[in-house]
Every structure is written in structure tokens, then in C-alpha cells.
Design a protein around this ligand. Structure first.
Ligand SMILES: *Cc1c(COP(=O)(O)O)cnc(C)c1O
Length: 355
């Protein structure tokens, strides 16, 4: 008998870009500075909230995360119906793309930026339009110039992963003034809590009087809940409603909702940790520069070293010394800010490396 034909899939599926995750750490003894995770374990109050949820996992979660939405609405002073939680801000990004773009449409984004964007855009059937960074920063003029009749959505990663650079208020306002009102601009602020440059705008102030601006935030980074998968969008009602229509029902689990709420409650304690990481970011940046490295100013919980073709060798040297960084082929390495001890170990390796 001839073999049964394979199921028919999308013709372009084998050409789709894939998300290449950071490799898992080979052991707990390794310093994992490769995935922009928060190095600190969950607070006791967050663990207590999770424990309470474990006894209820036979039940479906609240499908709209209503209590989390109410609390976020108060914390951010935005109306509750402008908030849409999802399975990490990645899940929300995917749903927003689906809500706004399809076959024949174009989605603009800077490159290099967040690894996941090309894959998520392709999966909607839309055409990804990467706009090269200029000096490791978003080139907002080139991005505005690249808008066509087919542009549906523009992703701005602020601060940018993996370079850490941030877009400033004046240039963002100029850009938003140029983008047609029917094009959705999504400000991905996964690292917002780590921003200490007052010229970097809070996306929520930009969205308020601009119906075509949406903001993405996450509990994964500053709040240290990466494994639970919870993030959210802030958007005006037509966009928020379209986004809800594209969202997987019951996507945000009960434990994720409970831990997110407990984290909002523990905000002062968690933001204290963020301050420590920001201080460490400054220390890491200065020490690397003194050792001869060129390091762009980072507003996130990582720093970027443009190593070019020496990237794989640097990543291997780090790994041999028990530190994992995130290499991007022949472009550079991204190093997540860890605890002071972890950063010291990284600095020792970097100081010995011929820059
Ligand atoms: C880490 C990251 C995210 C993913 O956040 P989740 O909420 O864990 O899905 C989104 N955007 C950027 C730019 C990131 O670096």
C-alpha cells in the first residue's frame, strides 16, 4: 500500500521563522544570565497565594481575570474595559496581531528586536517588515517612512530587547504624529519597571489621548512570574474588544491570576528588587566600559555586547566559566543582570576577554 498522504498544511509553514529560546541551564550551579529572568525567587506572599490556588485546580479559572483586571485598573488608573490579560505579553501580542493583521497586510518592527516578533507575525499570514536599528536604537524616522497602505500594525519594543536602548518622548511623539490614525501602534513595555531615564515615556501616558496606541506589559520580568505566563494589554475599547475576540478562552490560569494579584499587592517589595537590579545594571555597564567594552545605555534588565563574529566564542567562554549568556549568531551577546555575585562572575570573564 502506498503511504497515506500527509495532512495538508499551510504551504509556507516550513519557511516560518522559529523562536530560538535560550538553552536551558545544564544545572542549577550555572548562572543563567541568558533569558532576562528575575534572579530572585517568588516572595512568600506570592507562594502563599499560589498554594491556596492549588487546591482548586479541578475548576476552570475566572475567564476574564476580573479581580486582576479591577486591581490593575486601580493601579494604572485606566478603565477596566481597556485592560485585556493574556498568557504572557507574548500571548497578548499574538492575539493583537491576529486582531489587526492578516494575509496581504504588513507589520513593521525594528530589527534586531524581540526574537518572537517575526514568528508571531508570520503565523497571522501578514508580511513582517523589519526596519534596521540605527546605532542600536529604533530608527523611528525610517519606520514612519516605511508605512504603506498595507501597514496595519507597528511594534515598538521600548526598551528594546536585546539592545536595551529606549525611545525618548519627543521622538516617539513625532513618530506617532506621523503614523496614520488607522494604523495600530503597539508599545511593548515588557521592561518598563526597569526604566530610570525620565526622557523615556510611560506608554500609558501616550495611549491615553491616542486611540491607535496600545501598551503591553508583563508580570514575567520585574515581577518575577515568567513561568506562570501572565501579561496584559492596555488599549482603547475597539482594539480591546477585538483583542478579546481573538483570545483563547480561559488562557490565564488560576495560579497565574492569583500570583499576579499577590504581586500587585507586594509592589513596594518587588520594586525594591527592581531598584537593586537597576543599580547592578549601572555597575555592570560601567565596569564593562572600564574594561574596554562598548555598551549601549540600557534601560532594561540586560546589557548588550555587539561582538559580531566573536559572539559564539564569547558565549562559549562564559559557559565554560559557568555563566550562560544569550548569543545572537554573529551579532552580539545579551547578558541579563543577575544578583551582585552573578554579575561579579560575569565581569571577571569579560575583563579577561580581549575586547
Ligand atoms: C520577555 C519579553 C516579552 C515576553 O513576556 P511574557 O509576558 O513572558 O510573554 C515580551 N516582550 C519582550 C520585548 C520581551 O523581552
Amino acid at each position: 500500500m502506498p503511504p497515506a498522504p500527509a495532512p495538508r498544511l499551510r504551504a509556507d509553514i516550513s519557511g516560518l521563522p522559529r523562536y530560538v529560546p535560550g538553552r536551558p541551564a545544564p544545572s542549577d550551579l550555572v548562572d543563567k544570565l541568558s533569558s532576562n529572568e528575575n534572579p530572585y525567587p517568588p516572595l512568600p506572599s506570592v507562594i502563599a497565594a499560589l498554594r491556596e490556588e492549588l487546591g482548586r485546580v479541578n475548576r476552570y479559572p475566572d475567564p476574564t481575570s476580573s479581580e486582576l483586571v479591577t486591581e490593575l485598573s486601580t493601579a494604572l488608573t485606566v478603565p477596566a474595559h481597556h485592560l485585556v490579560p493574556g498568557t504572557g505579553s507574548l500571548g497578548v501580542t499574538r492575539d493583537l496581531l491576529r486582531a489587526a493583521a492578516g494575509e496581504g497586510d504588513e507589520v513593521l518592527f525594528a530589527w534586531r528586536s524581540f526574537e518572537a516578533y517575526p514568528q508571531l507575525i508570520w503565523a497571522t499570514g501578514a508580511t513582517p517588515v523589519p526596519i534596521p536599528l540605527h546605532d542600536e536604537r529604533h530608527d523611528l524616522k525610517a519606520m514612519a517612512d516605511a508605512v504603506t497602505d498595507r501597514t496595519r500594525l507597528i511594534l515598538i519594543c521600548n526598551p528594546n530587547n536585546p539592545t536595551g536602548t529606549a525611545v525618548h518622548r519627543a521622538e516617539l511623539d513625532r513618530f506617532l504624529d506621523r503614523v496614520p490614525a488607522h494604523v495600530l501602534v503597539v508599545l511593548d513595555e515588557a521592561y518598563r519597571e526597569f526604566v530610570d531615564d525620565t526622557d523615556v515615556p510611560d506608554g500609558i501616558t501616550c495611549y491615553r489621548d491616542r486611540p491607535n496606541v496600545a501598551v503591553l506589559r508583563t508580570f514575567s520580568k520585574a515581577y518575577g512570574l515568567a513561568r506562570l505566563r501572565v501579561g496584559y494589554a492596555v488599549a482603547h475599547p475597539p482594539v480591546a474588544a477585538a483583542l478579546r475576540a481573538c483570545t483563547v478562552p480561559f488562557g490565564v490560569s488560576g495560579p497565574a491570576q492569583a500570583a499576579a494579584r499577590a504581586s500587585l499587592n507586594a509592589r513596594p517589595e518587588l520594586l525594591e528588587r527592581v531598584r537593586t537590579l537597576v543599580t547592578e545594571r549601572t555597575r555592570l555597564t560601567c565596569a564593562l566600559r572600564i574594561a574596554g567594552w562598548t555598551v549601549p545605555d540600557s534601560q532594561a534588565n540586560f546589557v548588550w555586547l555587539r561582538l559580531g563574529t566573536r559572539t559564539p566564542a564569547f558565549a562559549a567562554a562564559c559557559e565554560a566559566a559557568g555563566v550562560m549568556v544569550r548569543p545572537f549568531a554573529d551579532e552580539g551577546a545579551r547578558i541579563t543582570v543577575g544578583t551582585p555575585e552573578q554579575n561579579d562572575r560575569l565581569l571577571k570573564i569579560a575583563a579577561d576577554w580581549p575586547t
